[in-house]
Ligand binder design. Structure first.
Ligand SMILES: [Zn+2]
Length: 190
């Protein structure tokens, strides 16, 4: 959708993480947009609002309406929290899609993802052991979980301990998904 009049579109306050499925900005058409700012407009004659997604530079620079009492300064200070929320919702969205795929597979019928989903809703990202579990399910089910969403949290000591206690196979599996600083928690098994 190409937006002609940004002034008739309003920011909903929500960002969407498109992860590996990057989009074009609906205003300037620039490709490679991972986080889309959701804007909406109402078509004449009522009905449901129509949504579109634009990059944050376009949102604040091209004349889109921000919600009442919401300034572009406010948007910039909220942006990282909005992105974190977007990523969390994207992980949950993909876990629910995976759940649907697993329910069709004989060997996977008993696997429940409910606790995993609840944990992501609480802690935003996956724990190291959850990531390893997910990677193995992913492989067996030939599921394409978006790589950009496979990130772990090491906020709690218990999760850092999970990293330091990994065997060498798990270590090489998980290493590509860790940040530079998280790699320091991995026991060097060489
Ligand atoms: Zn744009």
């Amino acid at each position: 959708m190409a937006i002609a009049k940004p002034g008739s579109w309003t920011f909903t306050g929500t960002l969407i993480d498109f992860a590996d499925d990057r989009r074009r900005c609906d205003f300037c058409s620039r490709p490679g947009m991972r986080f889309g700012c959701q804007v909406e407009t109402r078509v004449k004659g009522g009905g449901k609002p129509v949504n579109a997604y634009v990059g944050s530079d376009c949102l604040v620079g091209a004349g889109f309406r921000l919600t009442d009492d919401y300034s572009s300064d406010q948007f910039h200070s909220d942006k990282s929290a909005l992105m974190r929320d977007a990523t969390q919702r994207a992980i949950v969205r993909e876990l629910i899609r995976l759940k649907g795929v697993l329910s069709e597979l004989d060997w996977a019928k008993e696997i429940s993802l409910s606790r995993l989903i609840q944990s992501v809703q609480r802690y935003s990202l996956l724990t190291p052991n959850q990531l390893l579990f997910l990677l193995s399910i992913n492989r067996r089910a030939k599921f394409d979980f978006p790589v950009l969403l496979l990130r772990v949290t090491t906020k709690k000591k218990a999760w850092r301990d999970q990293l330091s206690e990994l065997g060498s196979d798990d270590t090489s599996t998980i290493l590509p998904f860790l940040t530079e600083s998280q790699r320091q928690w991995v026991h060097d098994s060489d």
